[in-house]
Design a protein around this ligand. Structure first.
Ligand code: FEO
Length: 171
């Protein structure tokens, strides 16, 4: 059984994961409209990953006899000045999510909820990976600058990203 404070905190995180998905789907739509189909693909995969993150938390709450509360999802921006601006906003957002996961981890420790702490280990590692991936893309974009051929190749590379459901969803 989950304590009310842990259950509430996870419900808040579920909402954040869905909001993250909305944000990335909005970025995908923006870049699709701007003709960057590869970048759009990358953000569409990111959107699916975020909804998978929400599902992992939902499964966990249900498995522990808690209650999932799906709160309204707030609106998201719909335009970005450039690919660099969008990936910069992505990194900033993921750093905020990392802080939220850390807060949740701390709460689980305070409440001696070791099962929740164990489940959160997956998210701690996932955040390190997500931040690292986005930092690399930002570095690439900074190197490319205004070079059209570089940007074309960058977009082409991102078209190859495919969604793979996290194994934890099938456990
Ligand atoms: Fe759900 Fe992008 O972390």
């Amino acid at each position: 059984m989950l304590t009310k404070s842990i259950n509430d905190a996870i419900n808040a995180q579920i909402n954040r994961e869905f909001w993250s998905g909305y944000l990335y789907l909005s970025m995908a739509n923006h870049f699709e409209a701007e003709g960057y189909n590869g970048i759009a693909n990358w953000f569409r995969v990111q959107f699916k990953e975020e909804f998978a993150h929400a599902q992992i938390f939902i499964n966990y709450v249900n498995n522990r006899g808690g209650r999932v509360l799906l709160a309204p999802i707030a609106g998201v921006p719909s335009e970005w000045e450039s690919p660099l601006a969008a990936f910069g906003a992505t990194l900033k957002h993921e750093e905020t999510v990392t802080n939220c996961i850390n807060d949740l981890y701390y709460l689980a420790e305070q409440e001696k909820d070791y099962a929740t702490r164990q489940m959160l280990n997956w998210f701690v590692a996932e955040q390190v990976e997500e931040e690292d991936t986005v930092r690399t893309l930002i570095d690439n974009l900074k190197l490319i600058g205004e070079d059209g051929t570089g940007l074309y190749q960058f977009d082409k590379n991102l078209a190859t990203r495919t969604y793979v459901a996290p194994a934890i969803l099938n456990e």
